[in-house]
Design a protein around this ligand. Structure first.
Ligand code: SF4
Length: 192
């Protein structure tokens, strides 16, 4: 589908299913992460319909479910919306879904859904435990690392590929992130 606009086509669409997050990173920029509201089905429908009306779809679109924690929203939400998006987006457009997650809520059920829908998974983790737990903590200030690794273990068991995003700060120990054994690392710099 060819766009008539000087902008577009839209290749990346970020949808925030909910602002809620199950943890409380010290550097988090989301002020509303205790809020459990969800993006309504109608909002998703209108978003897709507007992109169609404006002829902004190209041959491919990546939809990233991101920020707060997308897996804190029940699986049923995506079971409804992912097929709905596929039905609405023109058949010629390839749709890829992505989840950017802290991995703590991944289980067998999520893995089956991720595989079935060929969802790309990005994991937010700041490295080994001594680095991750500087900033990425629960609301009561406890380590998140064990649960993150448990989620990664589920992905490995189900043979699901993933990449990692790490936030790097000025802490002197950060140089040691080079030793992290993730297949691919995307780096966000946080010089604050
Ligand atoms: S996982 Fe992401 S959304 Fe949740 S508190 Fe950390 S930075 Fe914020």
């Amino acid at each position: 589908m060819k766009s008539n606009h000087t902008i577009g086509p839209v290749e990346l669409l970020i949808l925030q299913g909910s602002p809620f997050c199950n943890i409380n990173c010290k550097y988090c920029y989301l002020p509303d992460r205790m809020n459990k509201r969800r993006m309504a089905r109608e909002t998703v429908e209108k978003t897709i319909d507007q992109l169609i009306a404006d002829q902004l779809f190209g041959t491919d679109v990546s939809i990233v479910w991101h920020a707060g924690e997308p897996l804190a929203v029940p699986l049923a939400y995506y079971q409804e919306l992912i097929p709905l998006i596929r039905e609405r987006v023109p058949a010629a457009v390839r749709v890829r879904h992505h989840l950017q997650t802290n991995a703590m809520l991944i289980n067998d059920e999520w893995c089956a859904f991720i595989k079935e829908n060929q969802i790309q998974v990005g994991i937010s983790v700041d490295g080994p435990q001594f680095l991750n737990d500087i900033n990425r903590l629960t609301r009561s200030g406890k380590s998140t690392f064990g649960k993150v690794m448990q989620g990664i273990a589920y992905l490995n068991e189900h043979d699901i590929n993933y990449h990692a995003i790490a936030v790097i700060t000025r802490r002197p120990c950060i140089i040691r992130t080079r030793s992290i054994l993730f297949s691919k690392i995307w780096v966000l710099l946080n010089w604050a």
